[in-house]
Design a protein around this ligand. Structure first.
Ligand code: MG
Length: 262
C-alpha cells in the first residue's frame, strides 16, 4: 500500500503531466520550470569527486588527510542534509577550522566546472522530463550553477542524460558571476513568459520565490538537500523521487485476461 506521502507525490506528478497534455492538445505550449542540482540532477557523485580532489590540494596534517580519506561515497547519501557534511567531520574529529577550510575548497571545486560528467538524474527524473517533453511541454532549467564556468559541461551532460535536446541550450538559464543565488532566481523567473504550470526546486527560499512568481503553477519541492533551512510554502507538494510519476497507466484486468503467474 502506498503511503499518503508517496500517493500525493505520484498524483501530483501525474496531474502535471496530464495538465501539460491537455494544454498541448488545446493548442497552448505549457512551460515547466525546474532547478537542476538536487531537484532533477543528483550531483552527489560530483561532490564526492570534489572531496577527492580537495584531499590532494588542501594543506592538511597527515592525520587529517588520513581521516578525511575515509569518507565513502555512500556516506554522503546517509546525511540528513546532503549539502551539510558537518556530522561526518564531527565523527572524524576534524577541527572546526579545518572542516570549514576543507569544505570551502570542496564547494569551490564543485562550482568550478569540474566533474559535471559525474552528474546523474535524481531517481526517475530523466524519464519524467522526457514524458513532460513528449506531452508537449517546454522545460526551462534555472540553476545557480555559474554560467561562465559551468555552462558547457552542464549542457553537454544534460544532452548525454537525454534531459535536453541539442537545440534547446537557450532553455538552460545559469547564474552570472557576482549575483546571489536567490537574486538570480528571482531575476530569471521574471524573464520567463508563457503558461507556467509546474515548478520544481529543492531550496526552501527558491520554491517560495517560485510560488510568488508563478502563483498558478503547481509547486513541487524535492526533499534531501538544502543550503538555507526555512519554511516551505504549503502550496508545494513534497517528493523524494520521480518514480511514482512513471506509473501513468494502471494495468487493467478483465475476465477475458485472467491474471497469469509466471
Ligand atoms: Mg538545487
Amino acid at each position: 500500500m502506498l503511503s499518503p506521502t508517496l500517493l500525493a507525490a505520484g498524483t501530483v506528478l501525474s496531474l502535471i503531466l496530464g495538465h501539460a497534455r491537455s494544454l498541448h492538445d488545446a493548442g497552448t505550449r505549457p512551460v515547466i520550470v525546474m532547478d537542476l542540482d538536487e531537484t532533477v540532477i543528483d550531483s552527489t557523485p560530483r561532490r564526492f569527486h570534489s572531496i577527492q580532489k580537495a584531499l590532494n590540494e588542501v594543506a592538511l596534517t597527515p592525520q587529517e588527510r588520513q581521516a578525511l580519506s575515509t569518507i565513502g561515497f555512500y556516506d554522503l547519501y546517509r546525511l540528513e542534509n546532503r549539502y551539510d557534511l558537518t556530522p561526518i567531520y564531527q565523527k572524524l574529529a576534524i577541527s572546526k577550522d579545518t572542516a570549514s577550510r576543507f569544505d570551502a575548497y570542496v564547494v569551490q571545486v564543485y562550482l568550478s566546472g569540474f566533474g559535471l560528467e559525474y552528474d546523474v538524474p535524481m531517481a526517475g527524473a530523466d524519464h519524467y522530463v522526457q514524458e513532460l517533453r513528449d506531452a508537449g511541454a517546454r522545460i526551462i532549467f534555472v540553476s545557480s550553477r555559474y554560467d561562465r564556468t559551468q555552462r558547457q559541461g552542464t549542457v553537454a551532460n544534460l544532452i548525454a542524460l537525454k534531459m535536453l535536446e541539442a537545440d534547446q541550450a537557450c532553455d538552460v538559464i545559469l547564474r552570472p558571476d557576482g549575483m546571489t543565488s536567490i537574486d538570480f532566481k528571482r531575476w530569471a523567473f521574471s524573464q520567463i513568459t508563457g503558461d507556467v504550470i509546474g515548478v520544481f526546486e529543492n531550496e526552501p527560499e527558491n520554491i517560495n520565490a517560485m510560488v510568488e512568481a508563478f502563483p498558478k503553477a503547481q509547486a513541487v519541492f524535492m526533499e534531501g538537500a538544502w543550503i538555507h533551512p526555512g519554511p516551505i510554502s504549503p502550496q508545494a507538494v513534497q517528493i523524494t523521487d520521480y518514480i511514482v510519476g512513471q506509473v501513468v497507466e494502471e494495468p487493467r484486468l478483465t475476465n477475458d485476461q485472467p491474471m497469469m503467474h509466471p
